[in-house]
Write a protein that binds this ligand. Sequence first.
Ligand code: SD4
Length: 333
Amino acid sequence: MKRRKFLKNASLSGIGLAIGNSLTNCAETSASKGVSDPLEEASLPLVIATWDVKNATAKAWDILQNGGTALDAVEQGCRVEEANEKGQSVGKGGLPDRDGNVTLDACIMNQNGDCGSVVFLRNITHAVSVARKVMEDTPHVMLAGTGAEKFAIQKGFKKENLLTEASKKSWETWKIKSEYSPIINIENHDTIGMLAIDKAGNLSGACTTSGLAYKLNGRVGDSPIIGSGLFVDNEIGAAVATGLGEEVVKTVGSFLVVELMRQGKTPQEACEIAIQRIVNKPNSNYKNFQVGYIAINKKGLTGSFSIHQWFSMTKFQKGVNETIQSNYFNKDA
Ligand code: SD4
């Protein structure tokens, strides 16, 4: 409901945003709300994820608490949402493309800078685990389409129909008008991105999605693109993105966030600057789409920021699993 409200606000918000002023405002607001407090007491292990996904972070936390690796934690955490048929933008039950195909994108990256990715994967629920197999069992980074599906089946993944009755019904309703306007549909944006630091202090991250609902057949977003949807540098930190993937790809968003942290920015500052990079582009129509970043640094400090309201980050740390509303750029909606 809240995100529905955003949609309404975004489309009504119209005119006259003075970008310079808003940037100043957003920096001030974050600091005053304490979102980016660099003195936040960090404690390991810890896991963060995009959106309100407490079941997923709880799964990851269990693994971390028991001495498991950040890599296992993010994979297993993401699998919770991939298996959740109610989540219509990840894994089983994801909304299909305009032709009725559910196609998944996912990637994973470990503390050594190794990574694996699948794009346009069909008929396999746990895309994040296939991505991990690409990383660990092949000399490649990315597998696509039927090749990725064939690889998954060879690795023992179960082939199943990912289009649930509920998603099929939504698609059939959409087909009546067939309006193709993915950039304003914030309801689509529930990709799960997860970042963790384990007890040994190592970082890993993962990202998994069915992408934009009713996208063009063959469309791939940012989520499986290393550096755009996800980036991990075990010396510095990690970041993951959600929202309109095209905009994230154009600014190589997650890599940018990590590089900003390398230059000394806090995770919060880095997320804010990466969002500014998008909204400051010439002719940016950011009022009509959402992008959100979450980030973590090596010390366990975290940050999150989005263009519009209603983006949130779930964080499990010191035994507390909570969803925190993110601060955001566009205060004029
Ligand atoms: C994409 N970033 O495919 C994804 C969309 C998203 O929840 O975040 N969906 O562009």
